[in-house]
Structures are given as structure tokens and as C-alpha cells.
Design a protein around this ligand. Structure first.
Ligand code: PSU
Ligand code: MN
Length: 297
């Protein structure tokens, strides 16, 4: 594995590359990727954006590789099943939540900031993101703004419960719905500080329980789109995806792009705002965990 020189003294935060290559349009994607790294550095942690370059797993894309992810066409979206293929064929690949978690734990990173995890889809209930299985297996704290509201949220939370994934609300009692702060669905526990999250993570480790933890952070209040505004647009985008027989890995990018068009880029602005906020929270969690290990906190 290609591991660039890192400052091992700093707490580490993983970032994914699918959101750069497939989740956001250029040039917003590149600016956002760079900004998330800056935010994490400013909190005293080290950003490690993860991806696959010419078949090499890279935990810490350099500036050129980040630009490549944001601009090149034909970068494959790599979920767990795709990893052997891109490595064997020496391809470039953008890692999803699932593969970013997997690579992060291989290099010892415990905290990962993203936008929204994949989940159980609304239209096709058999379309269940590999992100959920990864959360069940791989020991990483995933900081997100909930599951994307384009999904079936109750079914997604049921799935997480079945597979033993603890869902923590950061400063909230309800699971956030990505574009909106509320969903009407409860989280398992509320934490108001990074230290509280670190304490739960430490307990999980001490128990020897496998899998990750989902830290759900609502989009900042000033940035949210109320559910009543976004909901009809989501329903329309999902109906269009079904009518056009969009399938499998194409579904999420299609819905995100369509939603941005339908909302006059309002959904894009929310997406950018919550990603930056999640980077900040993730860095604080990483710092709290590192302090706890060295006995500072
Ligand atoms: N969140 C976003 N934009 C994205 C994604 C998440 O705001 O593009 C990506 C993540 O990489 C996530 C993936 O893992 O979508 C889920 O895809 P699927 O539903 O096909 O598993
Ligand atoms: Mn899917």
C-alpha cells in the first residue's frame, strides 16, 4: 500500500473520494475536498483522503491526485466488491464509505468524515448499500449527516440495529435526514461533546465488539432545507430513476445530480455545508481519542 509520509504525532481523519468523483460537480468538488482538508488541519488533526490510483490503495492523496479525482472522467466508483478488480487491473478508483472505512482501518485510522452514508433504497428495497455491512464489520467512527434522504430511513436504521451498529446523535435526539435536521426517527444515544463520543468508542473497543459507530451530525441550522421543501423533489427524482431503469451503483449519483437540478442547486449548497461541518466534528473526535490514549484528556 502506498502510504505517503505522514506526521504520526497528529490524530488522523479519513476522507472518501466517491463524493469528489461522483457526488459533487466540478469545480465545487475540488474546492470542497481541499477545504475539508484545511478544516481538519486547523483542528490539529491530519486529513487523509483515501482513493485508488493505478491499482494502489492510497491513504492520503496528494494535491495532484486530489485534482485528478475531481476532474478525470472514467474514475470507477469502488465499493467493497470492486476493490479486487481495480487493484488487479491497475485502475483509478474513487472509494465509497464502505471501501474508505476498510482502507482506513488497515492503516490504523479510526475516524472518518463523509456527507451521508448509503442505505436501503426507497424504490428498490433490495438495493442495500455495502456501507451498512461495512459498518457492521469494520472498526471506524463514521461522521455523517445521517443517511441521504433519498433513502428509506426507517429501513436503514432497522438494518443498522440488526447488525449491531450503534447510532449516536451529535447534539440531537433525532436521526438527521441529510438535507434536513430531523427525520422523526430516534438515535440510540445523544452525545454533546467529542469526549462523550470517545468514551462510547472506548467502551466498544474494550468489549471487543466488531464494527463501526455511526455519528450522525445534523446539517447546521442555517443551511438546512426543510423536509416539506425537499421531499417532493426527492419523490420526483426517485420516480425518474425508476422510469429510466437506473440501477445499482448508478442510483446514488443519478439521484444526487437530479436533486441538485430540481432544487436550483440548493441541495448542492447544503451538501457542501454539511460536509465541512462533519470534517470539523470528525477532527475534534480524533483529537479527543488521541488525547485519551496519551492520557491528556
Ligand atoms: N454522500 C454524499 N455524496 C455521495 C456519497 C455519499 O453526499 O456521493 C457516496 C458515498 O461514497 C457513499 C455512496 O458510500 O455514495 C453510496 O453509494 P451506494 O448507495 O451505491 O452504496
Ligand atoms: Mn446500491
Amino acid at each position: 500500500m502506498n502510504q505517503p509520509m505522514q506526521n504520526r504525532a497528529l490524530p488522523q481523519v479519513a476522507l472518501e473520494s466517491t463524493v469528489i468523483a461522483h457526488g459533487l460537480p466540478y469545480p465545487h468538488n475540488l474546492a470542497l475536498a481541499q477545504e475539508m482538508e484545511r478544516i481538519i488541519s486547523a483542528e490539529g488533526a491530519e486529513p487523509r483522503t483515501i482513493g485508488v490510483i493505478a491499482g494502489e490503495l492510497v491513504a492520503g492523496l496528494n494535491a495532484d491526485q486530489l485534482r485528478h479525482m475531481a476532474t478525470a472522467t472514467g474514475i470507477r466508483k469502488v465499493s467493497r466488491r470492486d476493490l479486487p478488480l481495480v487493484v488487479a487491473h491497475k485502475l483509478d478508483g474513487a472509494t465509497t464509505v464502505a471501501t474508505t472505512m476498510w482502507i482506513a482501518q488497515r492503516v490504523g485510522i479510526e475516524v472518518f468524515a463523509t456527507g451521508g452514508i448509503g442505505g436501503v433504497h426507497r424504490g428498490d428495497g433490495a438495493d442495500i448499500s455495502a456501507d451498512l455491512q461495512e459498518l457492521a464489520q469494520t472498526p471506524v467512527i463514521v461522521v455523517c449527516a445521517g443517511a441521504k434522504a433519498i433513502l428509506n430511513l426507517p429501513a436503514t436504521l432497522e438494518y443498522l440495529e440488526t447488525y449491531g451498529v450503534t447510532v449516536v446523535g451529535y447534539g440531537v435526539d433525532e436521526f438527521p435526514a441529510f438535507y434536513s435536521r430531523t427525520s422523526g426517527l430516534p438515535v440510540d444515544v445523544r452525545c454533546d461533546t467529542p469526549e462523550e463520543v470517545a468514551t462510547i468508542w472506548r467502551a466498544k473497543r474494550a468489549l471487543g465488539l466488531p464494527g463501526g459507530l455511526l455519528l450522525a451530525v445534523p446539517v447546521p441550522a442555517g443551511d438546512e432545507i426543510p423536509a416539506r421543501v425537499i421531499e417532493p423533489l426527492i419523490a420526483q427524482a426517485v420516480a425518474e430513476a425508476e422510469a429510466r431503469r437506473i440501477r445499482s451503483a448508478e442510483v446514488t449519483p443519478f439521484l444526487l445530480t437530479r436533486l441538485s437540478e430540481l432544487s436550483g442547486e440548493q441541495s448542492l449548497r447544503v451538501n457542501l455545508a454539511l460536509l465541512k461541518n462533519n470534517a470539523s466534528v470528525a477532527a475534534k473526535i480524533a483529537v479527543a481519542l488521541a488525547g485519551e490514549r496519551s492520557g491528556v484528556v
